[in-house]
Design a protein around this ligand. Sequence first.
Ligand SMILES: [Zn+2]
Length: 404
Amino acid sequence: MEEKQSSPLSFEIQAKFGKARASILQLPHFRNETPMFMPVATKGSMKGLTSKQLIDAKCQTILGNTYHLSINPGTEILDINQGIHSFMNYPRSMLTDSGGFQMVSLIKLSEVTEQGVKFLSIKDNSEIMLTPEKSIEIQNSIGADIMMQLDDVVDVSISGPRSEEAMFRSIRWLDRCIKAHKRPTEQCLFGIIQGGLNTELRTICCNEMVKRNLPGYAIGGLSGGESKDDFWKIINLCTDLLPENKPRYSMGIGFPTDLVVCCALGCDCFDCVYPTRTARFGNALVRKGGTIKLKSPKFANDFRPIEEDCDCFTCQNYTRAALHTLVTKETIGSHLLSLHNIRFQMRLMEDIRKSIKYQTFDLFVKNFMKEQFSEAKNEKTIYPQWIIDSLSSQSIYLNEKIDK
Ligand SMILES: [Zn+2]
């Protein structure tokens, strides 16, 4: 409790079901209800969606990309605008990454040393040195509620000395970030657990970072091509080691089934470009069957909304047939699908929260997975083994009968 004065974050667990938690994450700009999904705004905008549309879709915290924001609009303009909230006209809470993720995605353009990461700017090919201090300086200018430490990210397929080096370096960089943080009463700094698929390295990293008593912790370095079996086991290990009374953010998770599993394993926050990216390919997220491809000719005469019970703008105003003519051809097509897909994730999180509060989370998970994996033609539902295993580790057994 004595932390309350110094930390701009408070976290209160309202209900639990096994490891799953429903909580209130109070940040300077918004009182968030978790579990929550945080959509990604790459360059200070959400791929054609306005702030009002995001609020109408009941988005809470959204993500800004530090690397892109530092180049465009740049810290000078952000400083003039007193940070990202007024620049983007988004009054709710925001989170910025460190720019470190770019190491994996733009690996050819970067070089990692103990000092930091050297990039080539995508704007003019000039060299940029991103150090932990610089990352925090930029993120202090951006002014998001949550800032992420600069970490040394290696591809999850890399193990051995490089993976170990990256994990220990991430701890050293965390200490430099903590020192460099100039606005600790207005912005929270989260550490990022690294260590690849090595349980020993992950354990060391969790223990070291927890010693720093941060306002929250992220699990990084996953969803990069590892097996789903490795994925859930690392998440499960980390949530066992992280403190109960701090928010846990599982980075880069966006497939609805993964979100449900990670909630069961005790994660609170998630982000991913998946819902907006898949919208650009004409795919709508649905509870029954996972996704529908609206380009398919079978939707030309389908006059139902994407989902009958969805309250999003798109489902209230457009039929599948209308969307069929728009998707992948007109920009409005991808905007309309993005709106639905983002609202889909929000509704999913709302349902999870509710079921944790009402102690019906196991029932919700069973029904959700049945809908996702059931095929209309086939009576039987076949679940991926990793989903059966991860959920049964939390005493949720998918092949048991569902009592309504
Ligand atoms: Zn909808």
